[in-house]
Design a protein around this ligand. Structure first.
Ligand code: PBG
Length: 326
């Protein structure tokens, strides 16, 4: 009989397909990005991220509760402050919006869900860059590290189990690790945005946090160039050497080769960030009836797992967790 190999035998029924599936996708693989804003009296919808809001403290609690009961493993919090300054000082102020929110989530949820804090300055600086500026307008790497160290300690103090530096400054993981250890937060986990590319897919996020880069600038002087693959490994290895506990690739779909490389070369937990633009594209096409958004979202996030990521940060977390546990 020809052919001897008949792969279709293993596709015949849903039960057989489930039996031989090489990859799984479940709510525990998800971390949900959440936005909490200062000075709101009710949650404010983010138009470019349908289904997402700038939260008040109270709506943030409701959302985290729903995520936890849907089996989502973690949340990563972004603060939207009322006032900004040139250094982004609200980022390390114990009364800053992110710290206030972390403290209250910690009180309500304890260790039931993993509380992560995005660690960066761009939401807090008046110029919108991820670090402090020199007089010529460029980002001063080492001066920024000192500020990241303060933010890390403030976030750990407020109850973050994980801090996630996303600014792409050289040496940021080492600076944060030593500041945390000195302040006796040696249990605080560092999830490093290790390979973060300068991407056109962050547009909706910048609307979500109200960040505009002064003078129509960009982040190409510190985020990675999408033409580069080997460089990602160099970045990630450096982060692991500096003490990163978990590394991330961002965005996800356009960098699955990077996920696959890092999975093969490193033995730390690995995740990918399915970013705002990736979510928005699926939602927009779905709203037009051009694709089945849920099916495409599952397909995309499965691809991230198949490429080698242990978990994924995704705006689909709640929706898909509820869908997958149906
Ligand atoms: C920087 C940061 C950004 C995102 C996460 N952290 C924006 C940027 O680098 O411009 C983007 C996430 C997304 O698009 O979903 N603090």
């Amino acid at each position: 009989m020809f052919p001897a190999q008949r792969p279709r035998r293993l596709r015949r029924t849903p039960a057989i397909r489930r039996l031989v599936a090489e990859t799984s996708l479940s709510p525990s693989d998800f971390v949900a990005p959440l936005f909490v804003a200062e000075g709101l009296s009710e949650p404010k919808p983010i138009l470019s991220l349908p289904g997402h809001f700038q939260h008040t403290l109270s709506s943030l609690h409701d959302e985290v509760k729903a995520l936890a009961s849907a089996g989502v493993s973690g949340v990563i919090l972004f603060g939207v402050p009322e006032t900004k300054d040139e250094f982004g000082s609200a980022a390390w102020d114990p009364k800053g919006v992110a710290q206030v929110a972390l403290r209250s989530l910690r009180d309500s949820f304890g260790d039931d869900i993993v509380l992560m804090a995005d660690l960066c300055l761009d939401e807090y600086t008046s110029h919108g860059h991820c670090g402090v500026l020199r007089t010529d307008g460029t980002v001063d790497n080492d001066a920024t590290l000192e500020l990241y160290a303060r933010v890390a300690v403030a976030q750990a103090e407020a109850g973050a189990a994980v801090v996630a530096p996303s600014g792409m400054m050289d040496g940021q993981v080492a600076a944060i690790r030593s500041a945390l250890d000195e302040a006796s937060y040696d249990e605080t986990i560092i999830l490093a945005y290790a390979a973060k590319y300068a991407s056109g897919l962050y547009g909706p996020f910048r609307e979500a946090v109200g960040v505009e880069i002064e003078g129509g600038g960009d982040r190409k002087a510190y985020q990675q160039d999408s033409r580069n693959r080997r460089e990602a490994l160099r970045e990630a290895r450096a982060d692991v050497e500096q003490g990163a506990d978990i590394v991330m690739v961002k965005p996800a779909m356009t960098y699955l080769d990077i996920v696959s490389d890092l999975r093969r070369e490193l033995d730390v937990p690995l995740c990918a960030y399915h970013v705002s633009g990736e979510y928005a594209m699926v939602k927009a096409a779905d709203a037009n009836g051009w694709i089945d958004g849920t099916a495409v979202a599952i397909e995309q996030l499965t691809a991230v797992r198949r490429a080698g990521a242990d978990f994924v940060l995704t705006y689909f977390a709640r929706e898909l967790a509820e869908e997958l546990s149906r």
